[in-house]
Design a protein around this ligand. Sequence first.
Ligand code: SF4
Length: 313
Amino acid sequence: MEVPPCTKCGSPSIIFQRYSGLHLCKKHFIEDVERKVKRRIRKKRMIEQGDKIAIALSGGKDSSALLILFKKIIKMRKDVELVAISVDEGIAEYRPKTLEKAKSLADKLNVPHIIRSFEDVYGNSLDELVEKAEKRYGWMRGCSLCGVLRKRLLNNISREIGATKLAVGHNLDDEAQTILMNYLRGDVERLLRLSPRKEREEFIPRIKPLVEVPEKEVALYSLLHGVEIEHEECPYASESYRFDVRDFLNYFEMGHPGTKYSLLRGYEKLIDMIGVMDTLPKEFFELSSCVRCGEPTSGKMCKVCEFLEKLGT
Ligand code: SF4
C-alpha cells in the first residue's frame, strides 16, 4: 500500500499521527515534537533565568530524548546549566547496558554526569532488596520499591548539587497511565499531588517537558538523533500495575485515537478548577518530617523508611 506523503510539504512521510490525522516527514516530525516540548516549557514556565537543571538520565529513549531536546533548547542561553544524573538501581542484565548509553550520550553532548547507586545509598541493590522481600513476605512488586527509592535519590542528588529543577522524561503515555492508575485505585490524594501547590524546600521541583509527546514519537525522535533504542524491558516491568494499565490504554487508543491526550487534558482542567475554587484545606498539602530520616512525608514515616524497615535494612 502506498504511504501518503507529508501533509505539510509533500515529502515522503515517516509517521502517521492518528490523533491529528497528519502524515509527517522527518523534518516536520522533528519540528512537531520540538514545538510541543517548547510550548509545554513556556506554558508551565519550566526554564527560568539562572536555573541549574538536573536531567534524570536512565539511558532509555525518553530520558535520552529529554537531554537532546534540552541541549537544543538552551543552546543560546548562557544562564542555564544542565547536569545529567543517573541512578543505578542494581538490576542485573538490564541497568548496566542503559547506564553505558547514558554515559556515552552525556559525554557526546558534553553534559556533566553523576551516577549514584542504590547499593551505595541504601546498602543493597534492587535485586537484593527484592530477594529479601521474597524471603520475608513471599513477594513484593519490584517497581513499587524501585519507584520510591529512585525518586528519593534523584531528589537528594539534585538538592546536593544545588539544582533548581529536576527534569524527568515522562511522556504522554506515562502521564496518562499515572492519571488512570490513580483514578482506578480511587487514590484522589495522589492524583491531586501529581500537581502539588505547596512545595517544601526539600523537594526540588520536578518538571516533565515531554508529557505532550506520545511514547512512540519520543522513541522515533531519539532514533532520528542517533540513540540506540533498548528493546529489552526491565525484568520487573511485567509485574507492575502500570503494565496492565498501559496495555488497556494502548488498546483503547487504537479504537479511539486521542484518548491519552483527553486523559491528560481532563486531569489538567480538574486541577485548574480546584486551583480556582481553592477548596482544599491547606493541611492537605502540608507535610511533616519522617521520624526516621527527617525527609518530608505525609505520615509519620516516609515511604522509603517504611520499605527499608520492613526489609530490615
Ligand atoms: Fe524500576 Fe520498575 Fe522501572 Fe524496572 S520497570 S526500572 S523496577 S520502576
